[in-house]
Design a protein around this ligand. Structure first.
Ligand code: 3PY
Ligand code: MG
Length: 256
């Protein structure tokens, strides 16, 4: 079973972080921190196809599960990170049910979707179990191993969240509080009761459908309260901001 999913099902509270630094070494080093998964950011980060591959390799070397946030909703953007070895896809601005049907079509093998089949890095170009015979076993394995996680971060997605969360092939939902609050016309008002009830609605829709829900925060100290409220996982900011903060502090202490 997918490592992240195993942890969620065991109630282990997995913690993730976006990786923006555009480097294989950054992805490898962060594996030494005890983090459960990283999200290589192709939406806001600088990653392209080959640097995504490098970061996935870095994560594998560091022993941390690599997820990728895709740049857009297209067949290539969805399929390529899976073929290089991503264990989960975060899909930004997934808004309409029709779009999410396409995401599932491109990300999951038949009979759930119509993902194109080819030996690739994910299975050692066909040399590793489970891509070997019978082929359908490999397809089943990868459908479970690679998670499809649309972001709920638009008013459109929020208004259909019960239907979206219960779709076959959608493994869980990732809440993007910045864009969701903007989409609701209350940008950045994370204490607004309307925003809080949207979070509750998304969490309930996911859990009613037997799916997990991940929430993003810039503040790692906010994570324990989110876990206590029943969110399954928390993504605690961007590597690059933690890097800046730690370096700034080192300089400040050196100059004290
Ligand atoms: C959001 O808050 O909009 C996000 O996508 C988090 O990165
Ligand atoms: Mg966003």
């Amino acid at each position: 079973m997918n490592d992240f999913l195993k942890k969620v099902k065991a109630g282990e509270k997995p913690v993730g972080m976006f990786i923006e630094m555009g480097s294989m070494t950054a992805a490898e080093c962060i594996g030494r921190t005890g983090i459960d998964y990283i999200i290589i950011d192709n939406e806001h980060g600088t990653y392209e196809g080959e640097s995504t591959l490098d970061a996935v390799r870095g994560a594998d070397l560091g022993g941390v599960s690599p997820f990728v946030r895709v740049r857009e909703i297209s067949r290539a953007a969805i399929m390529k990170p899976l073929d290089v070895g991503a264990r989960g896809l975060i899909i930004p601005f997934a808004e309409r049910v029709e779009e999410i049907k396409n995401i599932v079509k491109w990300a999951k093998y038949s009979p759930v979707g119509m993902r194109g089949f080819c030996p690739s890095r994910k299975d050692g170009w066909g040399c590793d179990y489970p891509s070997q015979e019978p082929m359908y076993k490999g397809m089943e394995y990868w459908n479970e191993e690679t998670l499809v996680i649309p972001q709920c971060e638009t008013a459109g997605c929020l208004s259909h969240i019960e239907e979206i969360a219960s779709m076959d092939g959608v493994d869980g939902i990732f809440i993007g509080p910045f864009d969701l609050s903007i989409g609701m016309g209350i940008g950045g008002q994370f204490d607004n009761p309307e925003f809080k009830s949207a979070l509750e609605r998304i969490k309930k829709a996911c859990h009613d459908a037997g799916k997990f829900v991940i929430i993003f925060t810039m503040d790692p100290d906010a994570a324990p309260a989110y876990f206590a409220e029943g969110f399954d996982s928390v993504v605690v900011g961007l590597d690059i901001i933690h890097y800046i903060n730690v370096c700034r502090d080192a300089v400040k202490r050196a100059k004290a």
